[in-house]
Design a protein around this ligand. Structure first.
Ligand SMILES: *Cc1c(COP(=O)(O)O)cnc(C)c1O
Length: 328
């Protein structure tokens, strides 16, 4: 099933009132530097702190009453888990989020606080996924994956509709890229409305699975490495059904950033823009500062999330991160 502009417009209707329509603001400092207007889409101010609430809310909205009565399940330690927990609670539905024993206590607590049941199983993401499969089979829960799902992609694409309404003359949109649900949805919306607008994906050098897959011409696995852009970690799935093809067909370029460049993006967001963003949310700013995304016209950067450990954030903005940590 392909995701079209029509699907994305339908998603916008469904999630209206359940997610925030976030502002897009001009960045004076980045505009001065670039020599053209640069806008920040402040999606890190979204409820639950990241755009993933859009996809989760849309995927939940299309469930049948019978599926709703059974509830939803996913393996996630991060923003997708938070989004599902929040969206399910809003609908009075059960949500189960599976994680391995390695998940830090603060991430676990964040998802539990949003009202989800948390299952701790095994020592890896694979073990957590096995528990998801078991819950689907034995308890009939509905699995909602973080990116490779038509309604998730359509929900994330609503960001693209808002961007084109807020900056109709955008020459380019810079999108943080991991599994590609965000990039695929945004690119479908942006190019559906304005075919000449470029959409550029930004990943970290350390473990860029979509970039490696696009280069290989098919989904490939890459080693997962620690990175400041932790929300961008993980693979795209060797059996990827939608996002690989959409990213291949729709993205104009994919840019890779070093850990130092990502740290500089987080620092700039804080010191110049007065915004607290996580690594993934700083990718657009970081790419511009590094001179790796030259577009020459009005550019929109998606600040995709803000869920960063605040002690890590403090050390980054104070320049206290050790060389070892910033290489890690
Ligand atoms: C999930 C996530 C991304 C990447 O989205 P994909 O659809 O996996 O490419 C970017 N930024 C943040 C904050 C995220 O949580």
């Amino acid at each position: 099933m392909a995701v079209t502009l029509q699907h994305i417009r339908a998603a916008r209707g469904r999630i209206c009132g359940k997610v925030e329509r976030t502002p897009t603001v001009l960045s004076q400092s980045l505009s001065n530097r670039a020599g053209h207007p640069v806008y920040l889409k402040l999606e890190h101010h979204q409820t639950t702190g990241a755009f993933k609430l859009r996809g989760a809310s849309n995927a939940i909205a299309v469930l049948s009453p019978e599926q709703r009565s059974r509830g939803v399940v996913a393996a996630s330690t991060g923003n997708h888990g938070r989004a599902l927990a929040h969206a399910a609670k809003l609908e009075g539905m059960r949500a189960v989020i599976c994680m391995s024993k390695l998940v830090p206590q603060n991430k676990l607590a964040a998802i539990r606080d949003l009202g989800a049941e948390v299952r701790i199983v095994g020592n890896s993401q694979d073990d957590a996924q096995q528990e998801v499969d078991r819950l689907v089979k034995e308890e009939g829960l509905v699995m909602l994956p973080p990116f490779d799902h038509p309604e998730i992609i359509a929900g994330q694409g609503t960001l693209g509709l808002e961007i084109m309404a807020q900056v109709p003359d955008a020459a380019a949109v810079l999108v943080p890229l991991s599994g590609g649900g965000l990039a695929a949805g945004v690119a479908e919306a942006v190019k559906g409305i304005s075919p000449g607008t470029k959409v550029i994906g930004i990943s970290m050098e350390r473990g860029a699975a979509m970039k490696a897959s696009l280069d290989a011409g098919h989904p490939v696995q890459v080693e997962e490495l620690p990175t400041l852009a932790d929300s961008l970690g993980g693979g795209i799935g060797l059996d990827n059904r939608l996002t690989f093809t959409m990213c291949r067909n729709l993205l104009d370029d994919v840019v890779l950033l070093t850990e130092d460049e990502i740290a500089a993006g987080i620092r700039h967001a804080y010191a110049q823009e007065r915004e607290i963003v996580e690594g993934a949310g700083a990718m657009g700013i970081a790419a511009l500062l590094a001179g790796k995304a030259k577009v020459g016209g009005p550019t929109v950067l998606i600040l995709s999330g803000r869920n960063i450990d605040m002690d890590l954030h403090r050390r980054i903005v104070c320049g206290e991160l050790t060389a070892k940590e910033s290489a890690a």
